[in-house]
Structure formats: C-alpha cells, structure tokens
Design a protein around this ligand. Structure first.
Ligand code: URA
Length: 209
C-alpha cells in the first residue's frame, strides 16, 4: 500500500521542489519516524551528472544534506579528481531518511522509497547517473549482481522520459575501508569524464543536446 501511495505521489510531483514537499508530508515510510530530518539532495539539479548513494548516515541526518560526513569528503575528492564539485553535480540517495543506527534498509523500505528517487532522477534529468555502491545499483538498475561484478560496466537507464547512461561504482564508505578499491574507482571516474566530454547521452534531447 505504501508503495502504491509513493508511486502516485511521486508521479504527481511536477518539479523537484514539488517532489521534496510531497516527500516531506509522505508518511508511508517507517524510517521517517526515527530520522531527524529528510535528506533530499545537494548540488546542482541542472548538472549533467547525478550521483545516488544508499541512505543518509548520522552527519547527513543532522545536516539534512547527503554525503557530508567522512564518505562525503571522499566523494568530494572523487568529484574533484574529474573537475567536478557540488555546483556541477547533483547528489541524492535511494532512501532519504536515515535508518536507525545506520542499519541496512529493508527491501520493503527500499521499495517504498524507490518511486521517489526514480522521479527525482527523471525531474533532474541528468545525462549520466552514477550509482554509488551495490544497494544503489541494485535498487535503480534492477540487477542482483554484487558491486564488484557490476562496477565499471556502463548500462542504460530509462528515466521514463529518455534513456541515459548509468555507471555503478564503489561507494566511498567502501573505499574508506578498502583503499585498494580506489584504483578501480579511478578508472570509473575517467570513464565518467570521457562521457561528459563526449556529450554522453545515447539519445539526444537531454542536457547534452
Ligand atoms: N552514505 C550514503 O549512501 N549516503 C549518504 O548521504 C552518506 C553516506
């Protein structure tokens, strides 16, 4: 039921501001009750590239912005490595409310939040979507493989309006624990940089023209 309500409400949002307001009043996700506040997005919604993580942690829950803790500082470095920052990238999470104690969101919580992030992607309309970590890639790209297999493999993502390029890569939190993974993420970032330089979208009509 909550999933259906989320779908209907997300569909009704005509703009990102509208979507944020609708999500603020949506009561169907139990995580909202334990979170301090909703974490909607940061960065530039007009950017050609959007990064989507899993769910807010403690710092994000306190500040109401995605990726502002340790992982966020590493994400900023990753962006900087290819000449991006929060004025040229848009950042959000699959789940906008912090799960208590940073536990893994349940499949049901993810399913309830999915229509909102899908609509957010559709409304932001980036040319390139980067899924940070396995849970983000699995939720958005409807694949069940682990991130180690999926990362670096460009796939199509249908926003519902057009098809854009999507790239799963390791989550910065994983890189903090496993610095050896940085070498592979560097490759993924170079692929992203090349896509941005090319104009990226396989189908014209997007921000790349
Ligand atoms: N991890 C995430 O997936 N998202 C955040 O916003 C912070 C940490």
């Amino acid at each position: 039921m909550a999933e259906m309500a989320a779908r209907d409400m997300a569909h009704a949002a005509a703009s990102l501001e509208d979507l944020r307001a609708i999500m603020e009043v949506f009561d169907g996700c139990p995580l909202k009750r334990t979170a301090t506040r909703m974490v909607f997005a940061d960065g530039n919604p007009d950017a050609r590239i959007m990064f989507v993580g899993e769910a807010p942690g403690r710092d994000e829950d306190e500040q109401g912005l995605p990726f502002v803790g340790r992982s966020g500082r590493l994400l900023d470095l990753m962006l900087g490595a290819i000449g991006l920052d929060r004025t040229s990238a848009y950042i959000a999470n699959v789940i906008p409310w912090r799960p208590p104690g940073n536990r893994t969101p349940t499949p049901q919580e993810t399913a309830i939040c999915l229509p909102f992030i899908r609509r957010q992607i559709q409304l932001a309309d980036p040319d390139i979507l980067v899924c940070l970590g396995g849970p983000s890639a699995q939720a958005l790209l409807a694949v069940s493989e682990g991130i180690t297999k999926m990362r670096g493999r460009l796939v199509d993502y249908d926003t519902g309006t057009r098809v854009i390029r999507a790239l799963p890569t390791f989550h910065p939190a994983y890189l903090l624990r496993t610095p050896l993974g940085k070498r592979l993420v560097w490759r993924d970032l170079l692929a992203v940089e090349a896509l941005l330089a090319q104009g990226a979208s396989p189908q014209s009509g997007g921000k790349s023209g």
